[in-house]
Design a protein around this ligand. Sequence first.
Ligand code: C2E
Ligand code: MG
Ligand code: MG
Ligand code: MG
Length: 291
Amino acid sequence: LLAASDSDGVASYHQVLDQQSLRRLQLGTELEQAMADGQISVVFQPIIDARTSDIVSVETLVRWAHPRFGAIPPDEFIHLAEQIGRIGPLTDHVLDLALARCRRWLDQDIALSVAVNLSARCLAEPDLVERVQRSLRRHGVPGELLILELTEGSVVDDSVRSSTVLAELHALGLRLSMDDFGTGYSSLSQLRQLPIDEVKIDKSFVLGMSTSQGESFIARSIIELAHNLGLRVVAEGVEDELTRKLLTEMGCDKLQGFLVSRPLPDERLESWLLARTGVRSAAPGAQHRRL
Ligand code: C2E
Ligand code: MG
Ligand code: MG
Ligand code: MG
């Protein structure tokens, strides 16, 4: 696979490419086993109410701890899983880990909503709704505690089919969130025809807010338009106090970002929750605390 060593730049360029495709090839063949071996795990990033700072949900983010390559970011292997047709099993795996945690929190009388990212490809899978329903049932988690985050492309590509699937998901009681809003091709008026509950302003706009008026203007416009359509708004990528203040003044409903917390492994989330809310296990049978 490697190009013969050469002194000109062309050969080394090919060599780099080949190493990348070799790695992709390797990761592709290892994905399934990695799930079985527990190399694929999830972390949870808290999302808070902008006004009260109460935690309202957590976003589940997948992680791959590879024995040789180390930590592989999701941006690298999600796309790969899509291309090799393994995004379905990967999504099921993440959903399973997320709902298992959600169930454990429920057992501690903490009703914490959990969000899971859905790749565009997943909406085209004929059994998606059934799999989500089965997973909820298996873990005994009410649909109301699950949020699915979709990207704009997934609903625009085949809007007739996706609106049917989204309506069926909605009927399970779960909430739908439009992720990375502002980067795709959908318009807010298109969203109105879909059973979407909230939009997440893409972090590319939020990250620039403290330094650029243009980004602030985009955020403000998204918030106003979304509210006019009856949608809640989450800002992702909130890293500093000024951005938090601006977003809160603009009426943004929820905040997510390193300022609040980085994504945390399960044990660290639990201590984070405890430190922040003083939540402790209540007596069995006590009312669930809705966070
Ligand atoms: P996303 O769904 O938009 O998730 C938010 C990403 O922004 C996460 O990156 C998170 O760690 C990062 N982030 C959060 N707050 C901040 C901040 O204040 N500053 C900065 N610079 N970044 C922040 P992560 O975990 O690397 O995930 C990247 C993307 O990979 C996700 O973007 C999502 O599209 C995809 N992804 C992650 N987990 C899954 C999954 O289980 N299934 C699918 N289909 N996609 C996933
Ligand atoms: Mg997301
Ligand atoms: Mg996002
Ligand atoms: Mg994003």
